[in-house]
Design a protein around this ligand. Structure first.
Ligand SMILES: *[C@@H]1O[C@H](CO)[C@@H](O)[C@H](O)[C@H]1NC(C)=O
Ligand SMILES: *[C@@H]1O[C@H](CO)[C@@H](O)[C@H](O)[C@H]1NC(C)=O
Length: 186
């Protein structure tokens, strides 16, 4: 039975090709099957983020200090910090560097201390060397449970989405070491 249809198949392909070609001409968009499509993977990353504000080698710098009002006094509302923070394998800043967190955070809650985080995680080690992940989210820093969406990526992390869970590991003055667990589908 199957044999009867074999000669029809090339005809179908030709018709399909004609339809696709017709759709392309003069149109501003084209949707094609994703050539490099592979089933998605889930990658779990675990590392430590070093937010160093004090000392002679800070990696996070306050660039905007709003005028002091009652609301800024409570939550530092309006403060903007630009950071190029070290990411390491262990909690010790001298442990193996795996990348940098480059971006900014801004105090955007009038009532509690909570930041809006806008970061690119730039990996410099292992199979993800050269790949980046974009992280964006709300960070009420004194809450135990916090979560930021992963909203995209480059290189090995193209089409990334997922979430990051930060956990404050240690605080000394304003400097913080934050443990991160990041789950990425890509
Ligand atoms: C700040 O709070 C004090 C005490 O509650 C109040 O008297 C004052 O008007 C407030 N100032 C501003 C700028 O809101
Ligand atoms: C990461 O990639 C850069 C650029 O290709 C290369 O110079 C560097 O040696 C790599 N680092 C590691 C640890 O493989």
């Amino acid at each position: 039975m199957a044999k009867r249809f074999q000669h029809i198949l090339p005809l179908f392909s030709t018709i399909l090709l004609l339809v696709v070609t017709a759709g392309e001409s003069g149109s501003y968009s084209k949707t094609i099957p994703f050539q490099g499509y592979q089933p998605e993977k889930l990658t779990h990353l675990h590392f430590y983020f070093h937010d160093v504000i004090s000392g002679d080698k800070p990696t996070a710098i306050r660039v905007i200090m709003p005028p002091v009002t009652n609301s800024t006094a409570v939550s530092s509302f309006g403060v903007v910090v630009i950071a190029d923070n070290l990411l390491t394998e262990g909690p010790d800043p001298r442990s193996k560097e795996i990348g940098r967190a480059q971006g900014m955070y801004a105090s955007t809650d009038m009532n509690i201390l909570s930041f809006t985080m806008v970061f690119n995680l730039v990996f410099t080690e292992g199979e993800f060397n050269g790949s980046t992940v974009s992280m964006y989210g709300r960070n009420p820093i004194f809450s135990k449970v916090r979560e930021f969406p992963i909203i995209g990526g480059t290189g090995a992390f193209r089409f990334a989405r997922g979430y990051a869970q930060p956990l404050t590991y240690s605080l000394s003055g304003l400097d913080a070491v934050v443990e991160y667990n990041v789950f990425i589908s890509h």
